[in-house]
Design a protein around this ligand. Sequence first.
Ligand SMILES: [Zn+2]
Length: 334
Amino acid sequence: MINLKCIYCLSVEPLSGFNTEHVMPRAFGTFEHNFTLNNSVCRTCDTYFSQNLELRLARDSLEALDRIPSDSVSPESLTKLPFTETRLKITEGFYLGLNVRVVLNGEIPTVVPFPQVGFLREGETQWAYVTQGELDNLSTPLPTDIADDGIRIITPSEETEEQIIAILDERGVPFQRRGELASPGTDESDIEVEISGQVDQIIMRCVSKILFNYLSFCAGHEFTHDENFNVIRRFIRYGHVPDYRLVDVSNEPILHTDTENLRQTDGHLVTINWTGDNRHIIGQISLFNRITYRVSLASGFQGVWRPIRQGHLFDVGNRTISGLGVTSLILPNP
Ligand SMILES: [Zn+2]
């Protein structure tokens, strides 16, 4: 019987305990000649990652917003999610504060509201919106001093409207229908929307995992079993944080010829390299070439040096993966 070692938990299992792991989570595209790890990540780790790290990155992150053009996220699935860390809010007019998402209507980005309830408290002029997901969560506080006609229910269908009224009722907030609201975003005019998101540990662990997968794919899984990678391994798998910074977040482009505002591609960029002194291994990743994460994969590496300098573009549009010329990279310094 063949026994194999998982690159994340280091447990030794028979072949049957392993899954095929995609270097790039499938939510961020499937590619021709896709990069996969075979017999490297155990089923337990794989399940843990998809439920605890990848779902969040794919559905509730600044990167998730960039998935909208392909609209692989169904509206139904979004209404069920808490969607708490990343928000788009209308910043002007009648619907100031409304939680929305953006979908493409043909070529035109259109604002679509989430199912939600607006509350206007007595003496106030600004409505506060609570999404259906938050309303479902009994620990979300609801205002008690609601003004007359101070409840707005925003829903895509009568069915969700009834659901929301039922939850409000359960939570002791009776609702009486007094009229119909004009739907936001139907008058063809531009609406200003504010985007806010959290880059927290879950996101950092998830992007670190993509890079560690990539390292393992490029350098082989035996290399990534090395104890020099224990710190990053434990961070990704268990959230253990060392006493130095593992992940830097910036708007700095990875490609030499990009500027902060002018990008040549909206594909994903992934690179690994030694620092100039050959002591540390640094990975860089930018999903949709937007936010750049620079991750310390190994610090103070003690072992046999090997060439690992690599970079790839995962082109979301034409679904290809191509190698980056090393001259086109900004090479990380320690
Ligand atoms: Zn494992």
